[in-house]
Design a protein around this ligand. Structure first.
Ligand code: NAP
Ligand code: MG
Length: 504
């Protein structure tokens, strides 16, 4: 039975008060449908995955990892120091020289295929762990993160023995040991994006997940061990920024693949300048989502909601700038506000939840800072009236109207569920405004006219332009940025290149 929940605003819902009660209108709210925590095993403590084994950190240090939805400790994980990084790089080098580069590509493919199958088999557990550790809704980790991660392994397993067809008339050779550093917004998926093409092309790997979301990468290490991948081919080191820096600066690493903030991307570029390390950087974004007056408006509104509120806005390609043609702006904003009211913010493990927890206290503070900057800059704020849980890090979906192109909320990456809306009149004007950004990762266009789509996609300086949809991913499509959004492509045939030397 279709039921819609329409919560009525509970003032200061986080404040302790027993006089204000939550009220619902006469329609029935959804009953909670929580996924079960018991379907996932999380150990009390995790060591480092080096040379196919779990090894105690030489640093002797561990740090807590929590559930951002209730701030409870989930586990503690090892903090790798320089000596630990050195052990992992040595293991990766030995595995590269003695086993992996010599192995016939079709044999390498079998391992990658096996990992893909095992990710599928353990999909439920991986989705639960991703949601517990990262705060994203279970619907998303179950339906997007985990299947897309498996698909990346399947896709690159397919390329491993077909590189001569990928690059006809060219010889290919692996680079050696790849150091891979990933962020907290798609922990398992980013690990798959990095590991799958590296293995398919014959490289070995030292990977560091983000400090706040290490658990699914460690689960992947368990899968890799169970898949019998030769020891040292993939090493997974947990730690903070210093661990990442130790990987970047290690002299025996041939390639750095980094996904994260533009700020850290610049530090990495400086660190490797003058060395012969290869590098790809997938950095921040401030995507423009453009609605023309001839667009199917309901569909566009749904796309905008998906584009910015999906994964709490913790998406590098989030459609955080909305450009609406002036003639339909009023209607679009009204529809957006209506739709925002129906979004459910809450327990990420509940299958009804649309918006889960913000990944960390620090990130929530950043988002709040930008919301107050937006208000101070004179933009008009609207936030959904949904109640928020009393514990954990949560943020209501928020939009700003009356935003100027020069406002910080329109220029800087917020990485949260905050949308800045700007109006426009002509195609030239919107192109100019959309391209006026230091970033260029992705963009969206909503219009009824195919010719307009082609005109816009040609003139937009963004790595991906979605037309009449948003946030769609496929392992066969390359992904990557322009300008300060980085360089190099991941995914597709293009995603093989950063791990190969082309010859002949
Ligand atoms: P971040 O702070 O740059 O961190 C990314 C990774 O780098 C983490 O593992 C981090 O460790 C590590 N790190 C920090 N300092 C380092 C250093 N000096 N040297 C080497 N590694 C270092 O980014 P984040 O806050 O985790 O993620 C959000 C950012 O990632 C956003 O800007 C977003 O746009 C971007 N992103 C881009 C893409 C893309 O494909 N273009 C995809 C996803 C995210 P800690 O965890 O300890 O900080
Ligand atoms: Mg960080």
């Amino acid at each position: 039975m279709a039921t819609t929940k329409k919560p009525v605003r509970k003032k200061n819902s986080t404040a302790k008060s027993n006089t204000i009660k939550l009220k619902f209108d006469t329609s029935w709210p959804y009953a909670p449908a929580p996924e079960s925590k018991s379907a996932a095993t999380i150990h009390k403590q995790y060591d480092l995955f080096i040379n196919g084994e779990w090894q105690k950190p030489l640093s002797k240090k561990y740090f807590d990892t929590i559930n951002p939805a209730n701030e409870e400790k989930l586990s503690e994980v090892a903090e790798a120091n320089e000596a630990d990084v050195n052990r992992a790089v040595t293991a990766a080098r030995t595995a590269y020289e003695q086993v992996w580069k010599k192995m016939p590509p079709k044999e390498r493919a079998k391992y990658i295929f096996r990992i893909a199958r095992m990710v599928q088999e353990k999909a439920r557990e991986l989705a639960i762990v991703e949601t517990l550790n990262g705060g994203k809704p279970i619907r998303e980790s179950r339906d997007f993160d985990v299947p897309t991660a498996a698909n990346h392994f399947f896709y690159y397993a397919g390329w491993a023995d077909k590189l001569e067809y990928a690059f006809p008339n060219r010889g290919t050779a692996p680079l050696g040991v790849a150091g891979q550093i990933i962020p907290w917004n798609f922990p398992l998926l980013m690990a798959a994006w990095k590991i799958a093409p590296a293995l398919a092309t014959g490289n070995t790997v030292v990977l560091k997940p983000a400090e706040t979301t290490p658990l699914t990468a460690l689960k992947l290490a368990e899968i890799i061990q169970e898949a019998d991948l030769p020891p040292g081919v993939v090493n997974i080191l947990t730690g903070a920024g210093a661990t990442g820096a130790a990987i970047v600066n290690h002299p025996d690493i041939n390639k750095i693949a980094f996904t994260g903030s533009t700020e850290v991307g610049k530090i990495i570029q400086r660190a490797i300048a003058g060395t012969n390390k290869r590098v790809t950087l997938e950095l921040g974004g401030k995507a423009a989502n453009i609605i023309f007056e001839d667009a199917p408006l309901d569909q566009a509104v749904e796309g905008v909601i998906n584009g910015i509120f999906f994964n709490q806005g913790h998406v590098c390609c989030a459609g955080s700038r909305l450009y609406v043609q002036e003639s339909v702006a009023k209607e679009v904003i009204r529809k957006l506000k209506d739709r925002m009211e129906s979004l459910i913010v809450g327990d990420p493990l509940d299958k009804n939840t649309d918006i889960g927890a913000i990944n960390s206290k620090q990130q929530l503070a950043t988002i709040r800072k930008y919301i107050s900057i937006g208000k101070k800059e004179g933009a008009e704020m609207y936030e959904s009236s949904c109640p928020l849980p009393g514990k954990g890090f949560f943020c209501r979906p928020t939009l700003f109207t009356n935003v100027a192109q020069s406002n910080r909320i329109a220029k800087e990456e917020i990485f949260g569920p905050v949308l800045a809306i700007i109006t426009f009149r002509t195609d030239d004007e919107v192109i100019e405004k959309a391209n006026n950004s230091p970033y260029g990762l992705s963009a969206g266009v909503w219009t009824d006219k195919g010719s307009k789509i082609f005109n816009m996609t040609k003139r937009m300086r963004a790595g991906v332009v979605w037309a009449n949809t948003f946030n769609k991913f496929d392992p066969a499509s390359p992904f990557g940025g322009y300008k300060e959004s980085g360089f190099g492509r991941e995914g597709g045939l293009h995603g093989l290149l950063p791990y190969l030397e082309l010859k002949g």
